[in-house]
Design a protein around this ligand. Structure first.
Ligand code: PLP
Length: 711
């Protein structure tokens, strides 16, 4: 354990017998291992809850006397030693589930969604990046993450009585987050200078431990920077394009400098989305200046060894910087690597809109030979919208592949299912998780047991929602109608539909509100009622998104919906975990083909929450006719889609849910839950996803590089 206090700013000193708790707290391993989580809960159940599952905060608050007492508690100490040994075994275990080890990979992303105690993500992209690092740790894939520390996170969502979203600042409290300082030779906090920005910009470097994997974060909020530069990393996805360009320079070029400074060896560059693509320039410069390669050789080498994962099915949603802005920051750069201004800027010119500026996605598409979309359908869409970049009329010839997203199963699976799988599938189930055959054993689990877990998760979710509203009620003067709209009247015995995702037009959060009279009949049916829980943030600059949110919130306040429509504030990893396990049906209504993949439906399905979705993204590959429902047309039509949605609810979903046997269990529903868990868990696991990244990219690239070195 590192005892250097200047490194682990967060930690308290603990009695020597349980010092290892600090180590566990500073490694996110515990977040996906129920035994790790349980250890903190055992330590002090009340503080555990009060700290919202933040072990660092809890260890700070726990009285010394209670620590002295706990080291004398044999039960606790036994569990502590067991969990600590598990943790150490995990860290030291060199076995892996891969046939062949790839060369080290540097994985760049603008956001990482790992845990709510480190809010440096906004949504799906970040959560995916987080799941990739967790799975890489489990599989022993040599990867390191490079990202940004956002001292002000994304936005903390607060909704007024009028339903309008007010973005509150969420300060990331560095001394309560599972992060540590990276130190320089003199044991001071390591600070790098971002190459090629003048006047200079500096960033301090933090590290997050994710099992066996490290994630390095750049932080510009330091004294050494001018105030304007300190703000570079304040906010995720700032709408100020100038500041955004500076962010991406710091992330791509500064991130590359971090690797160099730390002497980290890596051979493969993986860009998750276009935001960090400037790393490519820095890689080219590195090959030229450090390895004396000629420019075109350097470019070739970079293309061969870089992977670009695109997530956006719309040209309009990519970042584009004016040529003026680009020139201002990159003039020295193109000179240094031996390019003319025209050549340099041409890398980012979109052939479909040449005058628009420097397009980050086009740049990444041109500079990486290894490109993937995130589902089969998204792959076809990507080829179609970017075919001019490849100057290729035949879309089949465009070299873009796909790796459908997956989710880190131990992170997203509820604890009760995790436990029951240990009994039914054996305690090695996490090692075997992408073998579809093991999941068939779910059929051996009694319906009663599955249903009991489902109901328990629902009650946990409702308690969590009510507790949050209670706290809000106690803290501020709010209108009682807000309390109702935020879910105090939810009932665990009612069929519950969940819709939680970014509040933005293409996801159509209000599709189910299309015909309010018809919906009122469905919701208030006396014998077979329905309730709907919404959650999701609108991007602060997305006014139409905020208006949709407001519309939902106002409808939730209407007495005719009886408190059975709820809006849960501040959707994030913590809220997501309760919702994807607690509701009965997970609703997804994007306009096809705009949902590149989606992952929340996977998280729901592995927990036996049935997916009801338009035919888009991952669901095209997941739906088998028995494991959920599909509706809607492409091209979409709101009116027809909404009517089809109501029809499915009235004719299939509601009757199935309320058809119970003599034990009061909806046995046919439970069969469908089992079918979803069996057919979708292995297929949409991050394990399957990482094996595909290995097979399609990491290993072939490794072979090419090795061959060149030897040849
Ligand atoms: C999984 C997840 C997402 C991604 O969900 P989509 O299906 O892409 O909408 C977004 N936010 C959070 C907090 C998540 O956990």
């Amino acid at each position: 354990m590192n005892k250097d206090p200047s490194k682990n700013i967060a930690l308290q000193s603990l009695p020597q017998e349980i010092e290892g708790l600090n180590e566990i707290a500073l490694n996110l391993w515990w977040t996906w291992n129920p035994k790790g989580k349980n250890l903190f809960k055992l330590l002090n159940p009340y503080l555990w809850k009060e700290s919202e599952h933040n072990p660092i905060l809890m260890l700070k608050k726990i009285p010394k006397s209670s620590l002295e007492k706990i080291v004398k508690d044999d039960e606790f100490m036994k569990e502590y030693r067991y969990v600590y040994a598990l943790f150490k075994d995990y860290l030291n275990n060199k076995s892996s589930y891969i046939k062949e080890k790839p060369l080290p990979i540097a994985y760049f992303c603008a956001e990482f969604g790992l845990h709510h105690t480190i809010p440096i993500y906004s949504g799906g992209l970040g959560i995916l990046a987080g799941d990739i690092l967790k799975e890489s740790s489990d599989m022993n894939i040599p990867i390191i993450g490079i990202g940004f520390m956002y001292p002000q996170g994304y936005v903390k969502q607060e909704i007024g009585s009028d339903g309008w979203q007010h973005g509150a600042k969420e300060e990331l409290q560095k001394d309560l987050a599972p992060i540590e300082r990276v130190l320089d030779k003199n044991k001071n906090h390591l600070i790098i200078q971002v190459p090629f920005i003048d006047p200079p910009v500096y960033a301090s470097i933090w590290k997050v431990n994710i099992g066996r994997v490290s994630l390095y974060l750049l932080d510009t909020d330091i004294d050494k920077n001018d105030p304007w530069d300190r703000e570079i990393s304040y906010r995720l996805y700032t709408p100020d394009m100038h500041q955004r360009l500076r962010q991406q320079i710091v992330l791509g070029i500064g991130g590359y400098a971090v690797l160099r400074e730390l002497g980290i060896e890596y051979s493969i560059l993986h860009l998750n989305e276009g935001h960090p693509a400037f790393a490519i320039f820095e890689r080219i410069r590195g090959f030229i200046e450090e390895e004396n390669l000629p420019l075109d050789e350097a470019i070739k080498r970079v293309k061969k060894s870089s992977i670009f994962t695109t997530h956006t099915p719309l040209q309009a949603a990519t970042d584009v910087y004016s040529f003026d802005m680009m020139s201002r920051y990159f003039e020295d750069y193109w000179k240094r690597i031996g390019l003319s201004k025209e050549e340099f800027l041409s890398f980012g010119i979109n052939p479909d809109d040449k005058a628009s500026g420097f397009n980050m996605t086009v740049f990444a598409l041109k500079m990486c030979e290894n490109i993937n979309a995130v589902s089969k359908k998204h792959c076809a869409t990507t080829k179609r919208i970017w075919k001019d970049v490849f100057n290729e009329k035949d879309e089949n010839k465009i070299p873009i592949d796909y790796v459908t997203n997956g989710v880190h199963i131990p992170t997203w699976l509820g604890e009760d299912l995790y436990e029951i799988y240990e009994k039914v599938l054996g305690d090695r189930w996490p090692a075997l998780q992408d073998n579809i055959d093991i999941w068939k054993k779910i059929l051996d689990i009694e319906d009663k047991k599955i249903w009991k877990i489902k109901q328990k998760n629902k009650i946990k979710m409702i308690n969590f929602i009510r507790e949050r509203v209670r706290q809000k009620w106690a803290k501020q003067t709010i209108d009682p109608s807000v309390v109702i709209a935020e879910g105090v009247m939810l009932d665990p015995d009612i069929l519950t539909i969940g819709f939680a995702r970014r509040m933005t037009s293409y996801k159509r959060p209000d599709l189910i509100l299309y015909d309010l009279d018809r919906l009122e009949k469905i919701i208030s049916n006396n014998s077979n009622p329905v309730q709907i829980i919404f959650a999701g943030k609108a991007h602060p600059a997305d006014i139409p998104g905020k208006k949709i949110l407001q519309k939902i919130f106002k409808i939730a306040q209407e007495p005719r919906f009886k408190g059975r429509i709820a809006f849960v504030e501040d959707y994030g990893e913590l809220v997501a975990k309760y919702l994807i396990r607690g509701v009965d049906v997970w609703l997804n209504t994007p306009i096809p083909p705009l949902e590149a993949s989606g992952t929340s439906g996977m998280k729901a399905s592995i927990n036996g929450v049935l997916h009801l979705s338009t035919n888009d993204g991952w669901w095209i590959e997941g739906y088998n006719g028995k494991n959920g429902w599909v509706f809607g047309k492409e091209p979409s039509n709101d009116k027809e889609d909404a009517n089809e949605l109501y029809d499915i609810l009235e004719k299939e979903i509601i009757p199935l849910y309320y058809d119970v046997n003599s034990d009061n269990i909806p046995y046919k529903w439970v069969q469908k839950m089992k079918e979803a868990m069996i057919s979708l868990t292995s297929k949409f696991s991050a394990r399957r996803m990482m094996k595909e990244y290995l097979d399609k990219f990491y290993i072939p690239i490794t072979k090419k590089i090795r061959k060149e070195k030897n040849g």
